[in-house]
Design a protein around this ligand. Structure first.
Ligand code: 13P
Length: 250
């Protein structure tokens, strides 16, 4: 039985003081939550949020990291820095990183391997653009992103990997994939994991859905067989929206 995993990606919102206040509220609101829960503030708020969630049931996530361990890389943040600040999980390959900042499958794979080798958990994001979906290429794209993202990752390391399917056209747009369409892509993703690794690895893989997840659609999406949680953007910035999603009862 896979554990439901709900993650809030705060993107480029909240100053450290605002992030601390939101984290404090969530900490008390989510005290009895039976799911795995993560919040991922921006880099500048990680330290403040780390001190709030330390010792609680909320995991601390980062939204990105450098593909190299350390060095002359102006403006980058290293895996060592994330570890030192108490980060548990790093979100990698988010569509905004892929499509706005030009991250390739190869660079994302380097990041995945580096994070895992340092004991961080990874949420590997995959998802097709509208153009790719309309061209009937959604399955091919997510299969390729999954294979490329996990290249060189051992089956043993896979226990620290979550995959998040986020169709690019559904992010921040208010459009959501239907539960059936999302479940279909999740199945393709699970089959891809099975082909690379094993039936056991595929069965154990937690696959989140992301893209305009709201309290109104969360239960329907997560009730699908292959949808094991949610990666939430906009709705994770408000306690009254994030709470009903995080408390969903499968
Ligand atoms: P929204 O929930 O705002 O559509 O964002 C989804 C997302 O990109 C989470 O990583």
């Amino acid at each position: 039985m896979r554990k439901t995993f709900i993650a809030g990606n705060w993107k480029m919102y909240k100053t450290p003081a605002e992030a601390r206040a939101l984290a404090e509220e969530l900490k008390s609101a989510l005290k009895g939550c039976k799911h795995k829960v993560l919040i991922a503030p921006s880099f500048t708020a990680l330290d403040a949020v780390s001190s709030v969630v330390k010792g609680s049931n909320i995991l601390l996530g980062a939204q990105n990291m450098s593909n190299v361990e350390e060095g002359a890389h102006t403006g980058e943040t290293s895996v060592l820095m994330l570890k030192a600040i108490g980060v548990d999980v790093v979100i990698l390959g988010h569509s905004e990183r892929r499509h706005v900042y030009g991250e390739t499958n190869e660079v994302i794979n380097q990041k995945v391997k580096l994070a895992l080798s340092h004991g961080l958990e990874v949420i590997l994001c995959i998802g097709e653009t509208l153009e790719e979906r309309e061209a009937g290429r959604a399955e091919e794209v997510v299969k390729k992103q999954t294979e490329a993202g996990l290249k060189g990752v051992s089956e043993d390391q896979l226990k620290d990997v979550t995959i998040a399917y986020e169709p690019v056209w559904a992010i921040g747009t208010g459009k959501t994939a239907t539960p059936e369409d999302a479940d279909q892509i999740h199945q393709v993703t699970r089959d891809t994991v099975k082909n690379i690794y094993s039936a056991d690895a595929a069965e154990a893989m937690v696959i989140q859905y992301g893209g305009s997840v709201k309290p109104e659609n969360a239960a329907q999406l997560m009730s699908m067989d292959n949808i094991d949680g949610a990666l939430v953007g906009g709705a994770s910035l408000k306690v009254d929206l994030f709470l009903p999603i995080a408390e969903y009862d499968k």
